[in-house]
Design a binder for this molecule. Structure first.
Ligand SMILES: Nc1ncnc2c1ncn2[C@@H]1O[C@H](COP(=O)(O)OP(=O)(O)OP(=O)(O)O)[C@@H](O)[C@H]1O
Length: 491
């Protein structure tokens, strides 16, 4: 299930609440490990014991077969038609539990924000609401299951009456001891049977956990294969870093509108490309396309002559370095985060740290490269996290670097430092930067301006600045930069 979830496309995570996923790993797995085997064992033993005793009584009183068969048919009907409802209620009970877990999770992650805005009451009320919904489902489930047990009790009562009546009417046919045995056996079966049926229905409703696990283990849609199928790309691919985007259109899910429309652009080896545009213009979606996080609707992306759709995701993604807007680090040491596969020497790691201006920060830490990184890198600032990602990219010496600027969280100085490092260390690599601060990309080779998912401009910054009606020029003018000279003075 874990492998299958890891291989799921991003659309799965967009549409599935985390609470639901966690529930499968905690509650459902626990049901399968602990409760399902327990109930299964109990039910199998119970059925064998009941069968044995019923056969014994039928041998003593063959007439008893008729009421026994009738009651068995009624039991089966009760089970088939009425117990189905109980199972369905159990399913609803499980589904309603997810929002509770999800609410606890999101409340914990946003705790500081909740306190700052003094919204404790609101969140407590919501918790009550989700708990109420869950408890309502659970109560109905428990009541229905008792209701079912009551019906089975009635049937047991009927069978007890039948066996007693047969014993009285056939008085003297069999020995008193045998009558005693038949009555005692049937009475214990009748006492035990409703309980057994309850256990069976409990087992069936717990078994829905297996259904849910199977769904997440085998029925989830998966991303394209990780490894190359058929012909593999050369070991040193991409050698130059030429990126050709041909007529690419993209939508996140089939029911959603297109977010990129017929994108056509070529980034030559070593070029520095700045991607700009308003919020929602499709800048991040362009990166998504290059990494195949979402498959394109049409068109193709060619890197150094290889169509990225024809190669394994692992080959593609390990060839490109990304510095995302909100970089996430993994729990472990700094070294583990920089070189997770232990492919580089300590010296190379320190060199890369020096290039990204992080050396001093790491040197000051007591454990140096072995200093711990907390979950999601929370003991580092976002700027430092970006620098760690940058160092990782420096170590890998990728030919293609994708950078999503984290404007809000990085100060101007750090931003400029990152840009300087990129200019110097990635001189031979193709760098595609999503720029929120235009001044960082004015010395880039080309600027790609996106608007509503379409390329509206793609040229050198100087040319765009001189072009009447250029959107880039308008953006620069909004920053108070009206001439090429002023723009060049920014960097
Ligand atoms: N995971 C997603 N699922 C569905 N739609 C999405 C998803 N991510 C982005 N979109 C939509 O795609 C469009 C382009 O979004 P994108 O994030 O690429 O814009 P952007 O230019 O990078 O914006 P920003 O500057 O705010 O980061 C938006 O309309 C957005 O609503």
């Amino acid at each position: 299930m874990f492998t299958s979830i890891l291989r799921s496309p991003t659309s799965f995570f967009d549409t599935t609440p985390t609470g639901r996923i966690l529930n499968r790993f905690s509650r459902d797995l626990d049901e399968i490990d602990v409760r399902v085997p327990y109930y299964l064992e109990f039910v199998l033993q119970g059925i064998l014991s009941v069968l044995g005793q019923a056969i014994l009584v039928c041998i003593i009183y063959p007439w008893f077969t008729i009421p026994l068969a009738t009651v068995t048919v009624l039991f089966v009907i009760l089970d088939l038609f009425l117990n189905a409802g109980v199972r369905e209620l159990k399913r609803i009970d499980s589904i309603r539990k997810s929002p509770v877990i999800q609410h606890i999770g999101s409340t914990l992650s946003g705790l500081s924000l909740i306190r700052v805005f003094n919204q404790q009451t609101l969140f407590t009320k919501r918790m009550y609401h989700y708990l109420d919904e869950h408890m309502a489902a659970q109560l109905v489930y428990r009541l229905s299951s008792r209701w079912y047990v009551f019906r089975t009790d009635m049937l047991s009562f009927a069978i007890n009456v039948c066996i007693t009546a047969i014993c009285i009417y056939t008085k003297g046919v069999v020995s008193t001891a045998t009558v005693g045995l038949a009555l005692a056996s049937m009475s214990s079966v009748c006492d035990f049977f409703p309980y057994l049926m309850k256990m069976k229905s409990e087992f069936q409703s717990r078994f829905t956990a297996v259904e849910r696990l199977v769904e997440y283990s085998y029925d989830l849609e998966s991303e394209a294969p990780l490894e190359d199928l058929g012909k593999s790309v050369p070991r040193d691919w991409p050698e130059f870093g030429k990126v050709e985007i041909k007529n690419v259109s993209l939508r996140y899910r089939p029911e959603l509108p297109l977010v990129l429309h017929d994108i056509e652009a070529t980034f030559n080896p070593g070029q520095k490309i700045g991607v700009v545009g308003r919020t929602g213009a499709g800048k991040s979606s362009l990166i998504t396309t290059l990494l195949r996080l979402v498959e394109t609707e049409k068109g193709s992306v060619i890197i150094d002559g290889v169509n990225v759709a024809s190669i394994g995701l692992h080959t593609l993604r390990s060839a490109i370095s990304v510095i995302p807007q909100d970089p996430i680090l993994f729990q472990g040491s700094i070294r583990y985060n920089l070189d997770p596969f232990d492919e580089h020497s300590d010296m190379a790691v320190w060199e890369a740290l020096e290039q990204s201006n992080l050396k001093k920060v790491v040197e000051q830490l007591e454990l140096g490269l072995q200093a711990p990184v907390a979950t999601a890198g929370e003991n580092f600032s976002v700027g430092e996290r970006q620098l760690i990602c940058l160092t990782r990219a420096l170590l890998r010496k990728s030919k293609i670097l994708l950078l999503d600027e984290a404007t809000a969280s990085v100060d101007l100085e750090t931003d400029q430092m990152i840009q300087k490092t990129i200019r110097e260390a990635f001189i031979h690599s193709t760098v595609i930067t999503i720029a929120h601060r235009l001044n960082t990309i004015t010395n880039y080779d080309k600027i790609l301006v996106l608007q509503d998912g379409k390329i509206v401009e793609f040229d050198a910054p100087d040319t765009l600045m001189e072009r009447e009606g250029s959107l880039f020029r308008e953006m620069m003018q909004a920053m108070g930069v009206s001439t090429v000279e002023k723009m060049n003075a920014l960097t």
